[in-house]
Design a protein around this ligand. Sequence first.
Ligand code: MN3
Length: 245
Amino acid sequence: MITRRNALKTAAFAAGAFTLAPHLLKAQAASPAVNGTYPFKLPDLPYGYDAMEPYIDTLTMHLHHDKHHAAYVENLNKALADAGEPFHKMTVEDLLLHLDELPEKVRTVVRNNGGGHYNHSLFWQMLKKNEGGQPTGELAAAIKETFGGYPEFQQKFSAAAASVFGSGWAWLGVDDKNLKIGTTPNQDNPISKSDRKVVPLLGLDVWEHAYYLKYQNRRAEYIKAFWNVVNWDYVGQRYKDNLTA
Ligand code: MN3
C-alpha cells in the first residue's frame, strides 16, 4: 500500500516516473509549455496576438497573456519560493495532481495560480484559426460514437460553457477511453479531481477577462466564435497520445 507521503516522494524525486496517471505523461509530451519546474516561466504565445482575429481580438490576447497569465505565473512562483526542495522539482501538472499533499499554507494559492498557469498554457495551444475545420481521425470517430456527431458535441460543450456560473472553464476530456464534457470553477483543472484519470483535451476559458472587451456580457457569442479557433490538430493529437499511453 502506497501512502500519500510516499506517493508524493515518488512524484517529487523520480522525475518522469510518477505512477498515478502514466497516460498524462504522453499528453504532457505534446505540451512543452507545461514541462517546466520552479521558477515557472510565462510561455510565449505560439502565434501573433492578432492570430485569432476577428474571433478573439488582439487587445484581449495581449491582456489575457501578458497580464493575466503572467500574474498566475508570478503568484505561483511567490507561493513556492519558501515551499522547499521537493516542490521545486515538480512540474505544474505534478503540483495539480498532488494538491492534497501540498502544505496547507500554499495549497489554495497553488490551486488557483498553478491552475491558472496550467490552464492557460494548454489554452494557447488549443487555439488556431481553423477555417471551419472539424475534428478528424480517431477523435472524430469517438465524438460521433459518444455524442452522436460533431453538431451534437458542439451543442453539449457550448451548453456546458454557458452554464458556468461566474468564472471557470468548460472541458472536453478523456477518462480512460471515454470522452466527457464538464466544467470547472475558477482555475481548477479536471486532472485535480479525486479519481485523477481525466485528461483535458480541449478547454474554453469563460472568465470575463477572456471575452469582455469584444463581447461584453454576450458570453454565448464568444462561445459561438470559439468554434472558429479550435486547433483540432492539437486536440486530436492529445486524444491519440492518450490512446497509446
Ligand atoms: Mn483566462
